[in-house]
Design a protein around this ligand. Structure first.
Ligand code: ADP
Ligand code: MG
Length: 521
């Protein structure tokens, strides 16, 4: 099925082509015909699967363009309101459709003026209800969309939403989109939708197959070191690191910056203006690492996030699905990496069983692993380097004292010294340790030291512990072309004063003094 099979207007097709969409995503294939037919719909599909266009395109197709507010899209956060507005504006551009956003934290008057002149309003529940109650706007939209409904539930907007519908016309088409379908959302759907069609992208499709999921087991005090080692090894171009709590977000972001990484914190305590600034910088790649809480990163659509790191596991599988959905968006591949402690191991297995997908157990790379990976890139650099005639004099002078290979060895050492990898060589648990952990959990569950009931998906250790070598040559990051700077432009930790650790860990001090002459950070 192609977009042209929906018989969209030319102006709409033109915008779809311009956006670079070639084929509708599964949820779009299922939902668009239903929305076009005028029926109510409850649609469930994982984040990043194109739900915005799934309701946006058919609504745009059916707008009368009569100068009234014809569609209302309710979303959980201000960021999402802006994103959805941008996306709908993009698709409606050639149809001359105006969109407007309504959300808290900014002036009422300007929003009201814009809203009255738009065909589509994208609003967060609180501010919208305010305006409706105070009769500052009166609208009779024919289309009402509840987007990311489960997140609105999590954020406590359910009552606001029910109240908003008291102001809405009875004659309307109502569309509910959500990544997950908790009971209160189904309940809401029964109350405000009329004989809806249900569309669910199956569980197998739920786990976005573009996202490679893995986990590493470490002790609590090793989390920071493991995260930085994984940064050094995987060279993420853009990543989001999730923590459970705001204070962890602040501490970790500050610490990463002190270690030379380009990181910023995003959480609910920031001023609206600061949040927008951080998100803008992240989108523009001015910062490479966003450290965030679940709530702050709701619905965030940054198209080129290469890695999502769970610095800590979330409490449940729903936030896990939302978190990892920040990568692998729009058909791109992504990696979801979880750092877990033995005490989080049970949650990890629960999440795996719930989402019905396997995460691969991995071992934190050693310093040598990182080095040998960097060296490959380094050799490529040398091969591709064009010689600057100005350096000939330097080499000629050196040749009076050393032979050419000695000069080459020395040069290579100077250059690679800059990429020194800090920290202990070995971080976290081995495959054997992980297998033992899994076995112990099984025994706990089965009781009496039996092998336990078999439940949930098959686990790795049903076949004995997995080794890297069982998987053939593919390693994380191999799929990306080597960086032509061998990571040299990437800020690195420079081994300078490490802030005191909170966890009072008593491990021996890190080796120091191996830093090279050129320091960055
Ligand atoms: P969701 O709401 O399901 O989380 P979005 O609507 O935010 O997902 O879409 C995720 C990303 O995928 C966006 O950047 C969007 O532009 C892109 N996208 C959506 N549909 C398609 C498609 N058919 N082809 C290519 N990219 C798409
Ligand atoms: Mg969405």
């Amino acid at each position: 099925m192609e977009f042209k099979d929906f018989n969209f207007k030319d102006e709409l097709m033109q915008a779809i082509n311009k956006a670079g969409f070639t084929e509708p995503s599964p949820i779009q294939k299922d939902a668009i015909p239903i929305v076009l037919s005028g029926k109510d719909i409850v649609a469930q599909a994982q984040t990043g699967t194109g739900k915005t266009a799934a309701f946006g395109l058919p609504i745009l197709q059916n707008l009368r363009r009569d100068g009234s507010v014809e569609a209302l899209v309710i979303v959980p956060t201000r960021e999402l309101a802006m994103q959805v507005s941008d996306e709908l504006f993009k698709f409606g551009k050639f149809l001359d459709i105006k969109t407007a956003t309504v959300y808290g934290g900014t002036s009422y008057s300007r929003q009201i003026k814009h809203a009255e002149n738009a065909s589509i309003i994208i609003a967060t529940p609180g501010r919208l209800l305010d305006l409706l109650k105070n009769e500052q706007i009166t609208i009779n939209p024919r289309f009402i969309v509840l987007d990311e409904a489960d997140e609105m539930l999590d954020m406590g907007f359910l009552e606001d939403i029910k109240n908003i519908f008291k102001f809405m016309p009875k004659e309307r088409q109502t569309l509910l989109f959500s990544a997950t379908m908790p009971e209160p959302i189904k309940d809401l759907a029964r109350k405000i939708l009329i004989e809806p069609e249900f569309v669910t992208v199956t569980k197998k499709d739920m786990t976005n197959t573009n996202i490679v999921q893995s986990y590493y087991v470490v002790e609590e005090y090793e989390r920071d070191d493991a995260l930085m080692r994984l940064f050094d090894f995987k060279n993420p171009t853009k990543s989001i690191v999730f923590c459970k709590m705001k204070r962890d977000v602040d501490r970790l972001a500050t610490y990463l910056v002190s270690q030379g990484y380009s990181a910023k914190a995003l959480h609910g305590d920031l001023e609206q203006r600061q949040r927008e600034e951080v998100i803008r910088a992240f989108k523009a790649s001015t910062i490479e690492v966003l450290v965030a809480t679940d709530v702050a990163a709701r619905g965030l659509d940054v198209s080129d996030v290469s890695h999502v790191f769970n610095y800590q596991l979330p409490f449940d599988s729903e936030p896990y699905v939302h978190r990892i959905g920040r990568t692998g968006r729009g058909g791109k591949t992504g990696a979801a990496v979880s750092i877990v402690t033995p005490s989080e191991f049970r949650s990890l297995q629960k999440i795996q069983a719930n989402i019905g997908s396997m995460m691969e157990a991995k071992v934190v790379p050693t310093i040598d692993d990182v080095k040998s990976k960097n060296h490959t890139g380094f050799m490529d650099n040398i091969k591709n380097q064009v010689v600057d005639p100005a350096v000939c004099n330097i080499i000629d002078s050196l040749k009076e004292e050393f032979d050419l290979s000695t000069i080459a060895y020395k040069l290579a050492t100077i250059l690679t010294e800059k990429d020194q990898v800090k920290g202990r060589n070995k971080i976290g648990k081995s495959h054997q340790d992980i297998a033992a952990l899994i076995e112990r959990l099984k025994n706990d569950r089965g009781g009496n030291g039996s092998r336990g009931r078999s439940r949930g998906p098959r686990r790795d250790n049903d076949r004995g512990p997995r080794r890297d070598s069982d998987r053939g040559p593919r390693r994380d990051g191999d799929s990306r072309p080597p960086r032509n700077d061998s990571g040299a432009s990437r800020p690195r930790r420079d081994g300078e004063s490490r802030p005191p650790r909170r966890d009072g860990d008593s491990r021996p001090p890190r080796p120091r003094g191996e830093g090279g002459s050129s320091r960055r950070g």
